[in-house]
Design a protein around this ligand. Structure first.
Ligand SMILES: Nc1ncnc2c1ncn2[C@@H]1O[C@H](COP(=O)(O)OP(=O)(O)OP(=O)(O)O)[C@@H](O)[C@H]1O
Ligand SMILES: [Mg+2]
Length: 275
């Protein structure tokens, strides 16, 4: 379990990014932090691996105050996946995945064998192992980023808008893949997004944040949907629901459902139930 206790972060220029934040993140579950830009999501995430240290308050992992753990060994226990994969461009896929295990003293042979297994885990062909990141699509690069984060078998995975930079179809694929991987590996995942639909899809626990990381509501997707705690939450949920709203367009004998972006979302055939 990760526990934030009254954590605040004030940057040297005076910006208060996080103010008195307390939360328990259960082990082997996915907690999604969702909120608009500048609400402090990345700052919260980076405090878990000590890339940012709180100004006040404490963060514990399984009861241990992480302020007493040196950052480098701490980070080796925690996988970190970034929006733009963060792969080293002039190292092959396999070498990107094995970097940290090799630092940990794993033999080259074992590290490579494990990297190939991880390519299977994230749904990539082993044939891609010897390519360079630039020879992969954006979605494939993100999968390598996930494989790299899993390579040290961390208990915790931090994911900062990992699927933000890919198109909606690839994104849906990656989301399904993550759900499948999480069923298999059951890590404590902290996932940041500003997409409420992604939050509800992936989160066991969803945390809706206002500015300064004030918690507007925390709960399961079902709890939040059934019972928004405030107008802010209702708006936050509603805004996206509205954007997804479908309208029906009738054309020769068919009804086509069109979303706000003008894309066809489906077709109702005549005589179908519910027409
Ligand atoms: N190093 C820094 N120095 C000063 N202010 C910072 C620093 N890093 C972040 N901030 C500020 O802290 C606040 C929270 O930033 P943070 O990056 O955590 O937000 P976020 O929720 O991840 O936003 P986004 O969705 O845009 O990524 C913002 O006002 C930001 O400008
Ligand atoms: Mg951010």
């Amino acid at each position: 379990m990760i526990e934030f206790r009254s954590v605040s972060k004030r940057f040297p220029d005076g910006t208060i990014a996080v103010e008195d934040f307390s939360l328990e993140l259960p082990s082997r579950r996915t907690t999604v932090l969702v909120g608009s830009s500048g609400s402090g999501k990345t700052t919260l995430l980076r405090m878990i691996n000590r890339m940012v240290d709180p100004t006040s308050g404490t963060i514990e992992i399984d009861g241990e105050d992480i302020a007493r753990v040196a950052p480098v060994p701490l980070r080796r226990r925690i996988g970190y996946v970034l929006q733009n994969s963060g792969l080293l461009p002039h190292r092959k896929v396999v070498d990107n995945i094995t970097t940290v295990p090799l630092l940990e003293g794993v033999s080259k042979r074992d590290a490579r064998a494990r990297a190939l297994e991880l390519l299977d885990t994230v749904g990539l062909d082993r044939g891609l192992a010897d390519r360079y990141p630039s020879q992969l699509s954006g979605g494939q690069q993100q999968r390598v980023g996930v494989a790299r984060a899993l390579a040290v078998d961390p208990n915790i995975m931090l994911m900062d808008e990992p699927f933000g930079a890919v198109d909606p179809i690839v994104r849906a694929d990656l989301q399904q893949e993550l759900i499948r991987i999480q069923r298999q590996v059951a890590k404590t995942i902290v996932f940041v997004t500003h997409d409420i639909d992604e939050a509800f899809l992936l989160g066991d626990q969803v945390v809706i944040l206002e500015q300064r990381a004030r918690i507007a509501q925390v709960g399961s997707p079902a709890e939040i949907l059934a019972n928004p705690a405030s107008d802010f939450v209702a708006d936050f949920i509603g805004a996206d629901r509205g954007r997804r709203a479908l309208r029906a367009v009738h054309t020769d004998g068919r009804t086509v459902l069109i979303d706000r972006d003008g894309r066809a979302a489906g077709v109702l055939l005549e005589g179908e139930p519910g027409e």
